[in-house]
Design a protein around this ligand. Structure first.
Ligand code: SF4
Ligand code: SF4
Length: 385
């Protein structure tokens, strides 16, 4: 599908895309590091939110500022900034989440400079009335600060327009995610990954229409297959139906993981990742006060381990997801030195064990382990389930 090819092309060199986009649109590009940076407010200010992941360059310059036991995401982002590869950024927003992001913010402020810099100190515990009010206050302050930095005013109508646009993206990705879960073979995992990742980089108007087109085409294809009774077996063209697995973890910067799962006889039917469903789950209420509504989505959305909403919230969500997607196992995909996810893993595994749900864990740094090694581990897991 040409829309999916477009996403793969952008992901092959996001910095080149964003430079061209900036030159054409004259928009200010605002770098974000986590899905707790409210894209709606950046868009309403006329800016363009760009999620920074790092380009995978060898770490040299960042070595002087960060210990080798920081996650590769943070080290990679700093390396690119210090190397001048992120010189298109007009501003950066650091949500107050894990320690690594907070320290990156300080180091960035002192060593990268150049563009405006904001810390967004959202509450950590999300299930109290005071957290709600605090979240709203912080987002209001951010709205004012961003307007001042970009020299614009942000009206409620601007915000409502941006909310509608972001919701279109979320709805389209949810439709695609649901279809992929229902008929896994309809879309390769690496293509789904490309669509979700590109939505964090692309001009959001283009992202919304592109994703809607893909959802529509896939729905037609699915209806056609249902009408002819064609059996969709996932990645495999023939042979037994692939084993349905959920990917769980933080940031997944490795599209190949989907291919390895598929080649080992599995298929990813859902995820609990920052670069997957956590980035598009939940809608912002389009009828309420815009800032209160943006806060409302963050408060209601599935939490990541850098936030808290009750002791069992994440485990309950994961078990629910497994049931809802009729998954047969969970693959924990953890980034080395990502403490929040590493600390959560034992309790999540325990919850899955209690429910009789099989799981495996793989830990990666900036690169996946050798192909053969990974495939053998997945094949063993797929055989087990
Ligand atoms: S795990 Fe949480 S803090 Fe880390 S990038 Fe994802 S949403 Fe942000
Ligand atoms: S949540 Fe984990 S992966 Fe994300 S920035 Fe923090 S330590 Fe790195």
């Amino acid at each position: 599908m040409k829309q999916i090819d477009e996403c793969h092309e952008i992901l092959a060199d996001p910095y080149d895309y964003i430079r061209r986009f900036k030159a054409e649109s004259q928009r200010k590009v605002v770098g974000t590091f986590c899905s707790y940076a409210p894209e709606e407010i950046i868009l309403a200010a006329g800016g363009h939110p760009f999620r920074v992941f790092g380009s995978g360059e060898k770490i040299r310059l960042a070595e002087a500022h960060l210990q080798s036991y920081c996650c590769s995401l943070v080290r990679g982002a700093l390396e690119d900034a210090l190397g001048g590869r992120l010189d298109f950024l007009d501003g950066v927003v650091f949500p107050h989440t894990c320690d690594s992001i907070q320290r990156l913010s300080d180091i960035w402020r002192l060593n990268v400079g150049r563009c405006f810099h904001t810390d967004l100190v959202l509450p950590v515990k999300l299930d109290t009335d005071s957290a709600r009010q605090y979240m709203i206050d912080v987002l209001r302050r951010f709205r004012g600060e961003l307007a001042e930095k970009l020299g614009v005013t942000i009206s409620d109508d601007d915000l409502r327009g941006a909310i509608r646009l972001c919701n279109r993206i979320r709805i389209a990705l949810t439709r695609i995610d649901d279809l992929k879960s229902e008929r896994p073979g309809i879309l390769k995992g690496s293509d789904f990954y490309a669509l979700t990742r590109a939505a964090m980089i692309l001009d959001r108007k283009r992202a919304a229409s592109l994703l809607e087109e893909v959802a529509e085409e896939l729905e037609k294809k699915s209806a056609g297959q249902a009408a002819t009774g064609a059996e969709v077996k996932g990645a495999a063209v023939s042979g037994p139906a692939p084993k349905r697995v959920i990917l769980s973890g933080g940031v997944c910067n490795h599209p190949d993981i989907y291919t390895v799962v598929e080649e080992a006889g599995g298929t990813v039917v859902g995820d609990d990742l920052c670069t997957g469903s956590r980035s598009f789950s939940g809608l912002v209420d389009e009828t309420a006060d815009p800032i209160t509504a943006i806060a409302g989505r963050y408060l209601a959305r599935v939490v990541c381990p850098a936030k808290h909403r009750g002791l069992a919230d994440r485990a309950d969500h994961l078990v629910r997801l497994v049931r809802q997607k009729r998954a047969q196992g969970v693959v924990f995909f953890l980034l080395k030195f990502c403490d929040p996810h590493a600390f959560d893993y034992p309790y999540l595994k325990e919850a899955l064990d209690r429910e009789g749900i099989l799981s495996m864990v793989i830990e990666v740094e900036d690169r996946l382990p050798a192909d053969g090694q990974l495939r053998t581990r997945f094949e063993a897991f797929v055989e087990m389930i």
